[in-house]
Design a protein around this ligand. Structure first.
Ligand SMILES: [Zn+2]
Length: 264
């Protein structure tokens, strides 16, 4: 059973989260409406296509989350909050703080997700989704990865050509190669300090030579650019989640012009 002070803690967490979520949903809607306005500048088109579908998806997720948080507050009022709907046991405070709207204890949630049952799940324990910074609440993993990519591209100081960035369960997994320890530190700082995301896997290698070969080797300039290099110009490699968000979107005239160059 939760103590009265634990219940108050969760009520505050939910009420504050809900308020921020509604503000965020309002901002998302405003942004989406602005992007769909016909007078959007030509240069903004690609940004618009990138953003449109992701924004709609974020709004939908935000509404779902809003409902879940509302329901959690109702359960607090009804005195049933914090009890697992499936097995009737207490949900740990640790889990409630991480997923305040959850209906299930960790084991039942893991079982419900179709993963291995509680016995096998010991090998790979379920990581509870972290509470995301408010600006990211309601976003799914693909949208978070896109936001992280945006931040890195916008910042411009980290060489993302050989970097891989994935988001699973709201947490960041890094791999690939960077040219310097300084960029590695910068990358972590941008993701964790600036964006407030949690990096749970960091398998980035630092290898300056990989970049020097590419950048400086004479006679190499003539070869067709590799897909990863195209990314420097603002495109994204195929396995990038950001790309899949974009490709799901209705393509604009601006995007259709790109393949035409490749037609023989
Ligand atoms: Zn349970």
């Amino acid at each position: 059973m939760l103590t009265q002070s634990q219940i108050e803690e969760m009520r505050n967490l939910l009420e504050n989260g809900l308020r921020e979520l509604r503000e965020e949903a309002g901002r998302l809607e405003e942004q989406r409406l602005r992007l769909s306005a016909p007078e959007v500048e030509y240069e903004e088109r690609s940004r618009k296509d990138t953003g449109q579908l992701a924004l709609e998806e974020q709004e939908r997720l935000a509404r779902d989350r809003e409902k879940e948080m509302d329901d959690a507050l109702l359960r607090i009022g009804a005195g049933t909050y914090g009890t697992c709907l499936a097995c009737g046991r207490d949900i740990s405070m640790q889990r409630l703080r991480a997923v305040p709207w959850t209906l299930h204890c960790r084991d039942c949630a893991a079982a419900e997700e179709g993963g291995p049952g509680p016995a096998e799940s010991v090998e790979e324990p379920l990581r509870p989704a972290p509470i995301l910074p408010y600006r990211f609440q309601g976003m799914d993993d693909a949208a978070l990865a896109a936001a992280a990519q945006d931040e890195l591209h916008g910042d411009g100081r980290v060489e993302t050509v050989e970097l891989s960035l994935r988001v699973e369960n709201g947490q960041v997994l890094l791999g690939g190669v960077l040219p310097s320890d300084r960029q590695h530190a910068l990358l972590l700082s941008l993701l964790e300090d600036d964006l407030g995301l949690q990096v749970v896997v960091d398998e980035v290698r630092v290898d300056r030579t990989a970049f020097e070969r590419r950048d400086r080797a004479p006679g190499r300039a003539e070869r067709p650019p590799r897909p990863e290099e195209v990314m420097i110009e603002g495109e994204v490699e195929p396995e990038d989640p950001y790309r899949s968000v974009r490709e799901g979107a209705e393509t604009s005239p601006a995007d259709r012009m790109v393949p035409e160059k490749e037609e023989k």
